[in-house]
Write a protein of this length. Sequence first.
Length: 256
Amino acid sequence: MTEYLPSSTLSDFIQSYRFIESAEGNINYILPNASPTIAIRYRGQFAYRHTPLPQTLDPAIVTGITPTLRKIEYLPNTAALIITFKPFGILHFINIPLHELLAVTLSLENFFPASALMSIQEQLASAPSNKERVKIIEQFLVLYLKPKKWDPRIQEAVREINITHGNIRIRELIQKLYISQDAFEKKFRKYVGAAPKQYARIIRMRHTVQQLQQSPRNILDTALELGYYDQAHFTKDIKQLTSIAPGKISTGTKFW
């Protein structure tokens, strides 16, 4: 797995490009994600493993915010490009209220011409390096870039939630922004892709997992430091979102 940053032209919209290459096959464990992603497979095959029988995925897909753990199997000799967007970023390329993508994966053919996607897959497959692949995908994305503006109060809310790692009271945030709760929640769901509390919970959980993996320590100390009332609340929250106990996260499976 290798990661590249976008060029200055697309850095306001895209967080990163990640290339996953699997020679022997493997299963990736993907944490609940607060960022929409596009995945383009240019070699091999991948599939969801949420059920006993794998669910084969289209070669080019878009996935919205995902509130639960996902398992994706990469068969031997598979390679894919994963584009992770910044908040609001994907809306500059596709036209859909983002709450319609919550926990949903769709074929990119719903948003881009099938012929263009097939051409991109072929170009990515034949490119001599990942740096060249970044150039290819950026040339494609720029063609469909339509810069838009959003309510600055929703942008500020997303910024506050991320700065505090999700450890924030949404009601107090709404009061600070001078917006009604109903208007705030409707706009947030439309332009971010999930309810404010759900989004904050995912951000908080991802930060928690990162802390556990980077610095394994006493579970209670970690829970209190991250703003949980007690270890039981902390453990319940993590298990609901990942199906894995906190103790196993710090020493076991690698997530992304």
